[in-house]
Design a protein around this ligand. Sequence first.
Ligand code: ATP
Ligand code: MG
Length: 705
Amino acid sequence: MTIKIDSLLQCLTFVAKKMHIPHSETQLVSGLPLVDGRLTPELFVRAASRINLTAKIERRNVDSLPNAVLPAILMLEDNHCIVILKKHSQNNHIEYFDPLDCQTKTMSAQRLDALSIHMVVLIKSDQTYDDRALETQKLAQKHWFWSTIQHSWRIYRDVILASLLINIFALANPLFVMNVYDRVVPNSAIETLWVLAIGIIIVYLFDYLLKTLRVYFIELASKKSDILLSSTIYERVLGTRYDKYPASVGAFAGQLRDFESIRNFITSSSLVTFVDLPFAVLFLIIIGYIGGAIVWVPVIIIPLILLFAYIVQRRLNEAVTHMYTAASQKNATMIEALSSLSALKVLNAQGRALKSLEKAVGQLALWGLKSRMLSNAATTFAGFMLQMSSVLVVIVGVYLIALGELTMGGLIACVLLTARALQPFSQVAGLLVQFKQSAISLESLTEIVQQEQERPNNKHFISRKSIKGDIAFKDVDFTYPGDDHPTLKGISFTVKQGEKVALVGRIGSGKSTIHNLISGLYTPKAGAILIDGVDAKQLDPVQLRDNIGYAQQDGALFYGSIQENIAYRDTFVDDEEILRVCDIAGVSEFTNTHPHGLSRMVAERGINLSGGQRQSVIVARSLVNSPSILLLDEPSSAMDNASESRLLSHLSSEIKDRTVVLVTHKTSLLAMVDRIIVLDQGGVVADGPKASVLDALKKGQIRVG
Ligand code: ATP
Ligand code: MG
């Protein structure tokens, strides 16, 4: 096997060790989208954050690194990197760690200068508190969404600065027109006109530039947040405990997709509208300064617009919530129908699926109409108020002109300024639906993101790279989530390392459930499962599963070649190993005769393979790298007798010193095991050597059913 070391990972573990931070390689990289099985500098930052280290990638000179910021990782050519530990100024030497030979060495500064350094990764330990302190100080975890947005605070600060200037520039036009009416026109002061015109043209040019920049800034911030948020969401979703997933894939996928509505909201022009709102005060002050009492018109109209929007918002909330639920229902129905199309057709049940889909779509349309009507009502009312305000300003203005308190130009300026002051308020009303939708999406996404994780960062698992294969169930009770009927009741048994045991029993007696518990997909409600004498809850589930080959009863295949499917667990597995497991599981039987062999493409869920072929691939996949525990759930249920006996004879040498828990309804497969455990209705009714249990079953001494 070719050894490919991930030098970034080696450097990270070295630094963690140096800082006395408990960690395991699995903890650092499991679930990350590794590139060629290695960390990239960006992934390094994510891996480091799992053990509360902040890593920062910088392009800077090594000379500019003081000892205080060390250790730092230098990225060299060919994915190689080293950790700089200390710079000795007396002899101009540098102490460093080289992951290639795991040694700490020194080199001269000149030699270091000669190396081409692509980037430097600086590492800092975050302030961490233990649970007691967290409890008392209520230093809850940072909010996943807002803390990510905070990363872009500098960009948002620039947006606000740009908005400030844009709003100040907006004063230019009314003031220009006012001066033209009051000073230029009465005196025919053409020179003044040109000076003012040039001034305002320059202002408008800046305004144009700033508006373009502002949009660019917002897009920039949203791109940054988008990438960070998407990876946070999906990392958390995939890391969620298996028993915490919602039952409906469609509804769940819909919820995840709603992230787009939040993103659109924070990136769209709506954000600009909100930023513009407070500047209304500036316009009001100027209106008051120029037009005196005229300012009362917008001062009264703004609360009226807001009041109307508030009243509408309350009814809108209900409509949008219904819309959201209907959309979930539609998604759930649609995905369920699409993923079982053939069954639908065989049962002639398309009509039934269509009916529930149409019902959901109907609801969606109904509530969509309601919410649009309501938001339109708010927008139209705001538009009406805008028109009213200009009429009122003119009326009040004419009285003021008659009293000699206002000039003609002043009146026109006030009309323009009032329109500008009210404009963002009229848009806010229209944004209410978007706002509410984003709020609901954010809430449901927060729930998803905060779902209990399988491997929480602050949990220290017992690190066991290799597991011997002792399994013990001690009084295990288990109920599936959402079910009120216990599936397993008081199950106790021990399987020693290397022992081969069969679980038999009627359908639904809990055999597959026992497999699911051993592989850590679920945890028992009461009692304990010990693996190598340690409670499975304390073991890292990723490390545990690394040591388990589990051929599930209804295991899934993925889009890709047969070879890729077999090597799904470990992309670096070599071809010899793949050929070996293919021979054992009988995959070679059908790949050898196919023109594409192991490169034959498997469609999603493996639907272009026959049931028996699918099963062979699933069994082959579980045998890769010879894990010490083998869980085979009906490995031959879809096979013909010849294939089954070939599998049996091949497996017998493969499983020699490994723990095997076989589930089967077939007596022929029992040749593989020495011991049988009989399950019935979630309890063990017999457990003993194969011959005696079979004998007792035959004589009817074991009551089943
Ligand atoms: P078979 O021989 O048919 O494969 P089994 O012994 O493997 O049966 P299990 O799959 O362990 O049976 O199921 C045991 C019980 O748990 C059944 O009554 C089943 O209805 C229930 N069950 C199985 N999976 C789930 C699940 N995901 N959610 C809720 N209940 C489940
Ligand atoms: Mg089963």
